[in-house]
Design a binder for this molecule. Structure first.
Ligand code: IPE
Ligand code: IPE
Ligand code: MG
Length: 246
């Protein structure tokens, strides 16, 4: 089916979040080292970023490296960090050409200096682009982010900038890394896993989840269009009854 032509442009999600999963298994299925899967995964990032920008998606947030991913073998972590630097250097031009702003969420200070510097440079050099915001979750986890917010809130309270009764969901969210983004309406996870793996725990409270068996390196534009089409068929009730929405 040609899902692209079925997409309702007036009902696009503003923000899509993706857990890019299955690089390792994709490589293994071809008898190749896991790192080859990550290289192939970078191509999918490029493809899906461009497709989202063309559609008119405003925010795309990709899970690139979790705080738990440090537990992987050192050579895989090293390869991922090197791939990150290499990719960022190459992509700045393309991002600028496509008017895409790059951001990150996560603990950049915990990355190797070279990766951190490359990211900061790319963030700086794309800062005035405003067609779409591409956010990489790097050394990120939802619990890390929530604990960090709670600490900042405690600090603000101690300094007298905030009283406990002033704290509500909106104020809390203003302490998160995503403070200036809308919550994702749609979460996509590839590779058949059906868990959150510590991604955007606060922000995904009312998102629609879409799981596909396809490994990330094989995830094509048409698969993105299908996910968006399926999302558009869902009824988002936010606690109300179906009748109330009519
Ligand atoms: C996702 O693919 C990429 C990262 C976590 C960096 P995986 O590397 O998790 O691939 P699988 O899940 O082992 O197949
Ligand atoms: C989640 O994928 C993190 C990223 C995609 C970067 P993982 O492959 O690390 O998740 P688990 O460990 O299988 O839950
Ligand atoms: Mg995985």
């Amino acid at each position: 089916m040609d899902f692209e032509s079925l997409i309702d442009n007036n009902k696009l999600p503003r923000h899509i979040a993706i857990i890019m999963d299955g690089n390792g298994r994709w490589a293994k299925s071809k008898g190749r080292p896991r790192v080859m899967g990550h290289r192939a995964g970078v191509k999918t990032v490029r493809r899906i970023t461009e497709a989202c920008a063309k559609l008119g998606i405003e925010y795309l947030t990709l899970y690139a490296f979790s705080t738990e991913n440090w537990k992987r073998p050192a050579f895989e972590v090293d390869a991922l960090m090197r791939l990150l630097v290499e990719t960022i250097h190459k992509e700045i031009k393309v991002l600028n050409k496509n008017n895409i702003r790059l951001r990150t969420i996560g603990d950049l200070d915990g990355l190797p200096a070279r990766s951190r510097d490359a990211m900061r440079k790319a963030i700086r050099e794309t800062a005035s682009n405003d067609r779409m915001q591409l956010t990489l979750a790097l050394n990120y986890s939802g619990r890390w982010e929530i604990v960090r917010a709670a600490r900042a809130i405690a600090e603000a309270a101690r300094e007298g900038h905030l009283t406990p009764d002033e704290l509500d969901a909106d104020r809390f969210a203003s302490f998160l890394c995503t403070r200036d983004m809308p919550d994702p309406e749609l979460l996509i996870r590839t590779s058949g896993e059906t868990r959150l793996s510590n991604y955007l725990l606060w922000q995904l409270a009312y998102s629609e989840f879409y799981f596909t068996e396809i490994f990330w390196p094989d995830f094509m534009e048409k698969d993105l269009y299908e996910a968006i089409y399926v999302f558009q068929q869902r009824e988002r009730r936010f606690g109300k009854t179906s009748e109330q929405l009519k």
